[in-house]
Design a protein around this ligand. Sequence first.
Ligand code: G2I
Length: 551
Amino acid sequence: MHSSSLLRILTLLGMFAAFLLPATSAEASAPLRTHAAARSKFIGAALATSPLSNETSYRNIAATEFNQVTAENVMKWDTVQPSQGQFNFSGADAIVNFATQNNQQVHGHTLVWHSQTPGWVQGLSASAMRTAMQNHISQLVGRYASNATVVSWDVVNEIFDDNGGWRSSFWYNTLGQSFVADAFRAARAADPNARLCINDYNVEGINAKSTAMYNLVSSLRQQGVPVDCVGFQGHLAIQYGFPSDIQQNMQRFADLGVQVRVTELDVRMQMPRSSSKDTTQATYYRNVINACNAVTACAGVTIWGFTDKYSWVPDTFSGEGAALIYDENYQQKPSYTAVHDALAGGTTTDTTPPTAPGTPASSNVTSNSATLTWTASTDSGGSGLAGYNVYREQGTTDTQLGQSTTNSINLTGLTPSTQYQVYVRARDGAGNLSANSALATFTTQSGPVGGGCTAVGTVQNQWGNGYVVQPVTVTNSGSSAITGWTVTFTLPAGHTLAGSWNATLTVSGQTVTARNAGYNGNLAPSGSTTFGFQVTRPSGNTQTPSGYTCA
Ligand code: G2I
């Protein structure tokens, strides 16, 4: 049969099938972009130009599933202006043309960044660098200003260090903070209609870095600098936990009057893949989409690639990968379904709570802390398991002791010599709470004799894959002398202890218990002593310990 007749018959059959199927099931199988558009949101993907021109599967998925695209590399400075005054827009044009053909928007990435910027820029004097920056922005943004496809730009990217200070880049070191306002003003001049974003990583949750970003955006806007939008990159990893306050964080930025968006979402794992890691990953994807759905000012979510065949992760994090929603053979993974269902499902339509968690088991009980672990719940209502709340049973006034995204929690700040009856409830993405688990009972150990104590840890020095906490200051906050102390704190997932001094440290899971050495247990009232320790952490991770308590 002639292929076009076959096509016509198949098309007719398809129309007939669509007619027979109830509308809901036809909608449920619609591509991601259909569901996102129905919410007036975008669902985006970063695209690489080589598979876009060479691979049909890549091109088809890119065209059909997403309504926004970002160039993964070809709009960066080293591609666009490799030497001064020599502009190369061929890659950028290819992405913009592809998007125009497929009725997609383009988010431009990125104008001013410390990485992928040629040496000639980095060596310029201050005034020449400022001029070069303004000219680069004017040429690149100006080229697409009259093209309705390019709607937004990452104007500055990754200008903070991991503690919320200014990143010591050649931009900052040569021009000071002023390069940021100048870059935004140049972009506004080049395209008055484009939405102008500040973009960074490790700012998804509320932390020192995202708070620095919040303060800067607030102050720039007060000065009339045209910052319209904040991008949270969203390079997550299942082994580091989900930033459970992502929605709150988005909302606080939204309350400043800016649009927010997730610009580079991926969720990596330690290889090899397993079905349980895939399930956890799917939960992370679902939670990010649900957070964006819940915040009116969130314009959408872009995934940093879409197939594991092309991802920056394995090249950067040794032994990690499988971060995207299609596998390397273009098969949809559970994370695709999660993104799909979160976009498709009204978050309010899930009224089915998760199953009750198993009875918590207590371990590692000290005078002020304990670990609880339970059998995980499952959720069949569509919005997916979001996490757990842990409560203390106290008659009619149960108090929540903590929240966890995994089936375990380390409780700190407990009272010595006290019986705790605790239970756990699971939460799904729509906020439904499960029935209570059965109760577990444990009793904390006795505390120090003669008074309380406090502990404060200070990070003295940190580098790519490690840090030193020194001093941890232990102070007798009671009114009589103590003859020994126990400090507990929590190491972030993936961090391991590399050494310690002036205390004896034991580790259980991520909980560290530090007991006084023979020579520094005696503390007079208000007296203090110190100890220290060193930790190794995965490269790229910037977390430090938390929850110091003393007993
Ligand atoms: O690092 C992940 C992302 C963090 N936020 C900003 C993004 O722009 C950044 O994207 C990545 C790309 O995914 C990588 O593909 O940025 C990397 C560069 O910093 C990109 O890697 C580069 C390689 O380093 C080059 O060796 C390679 O020639 O990709 C280039 C093109 O494949």
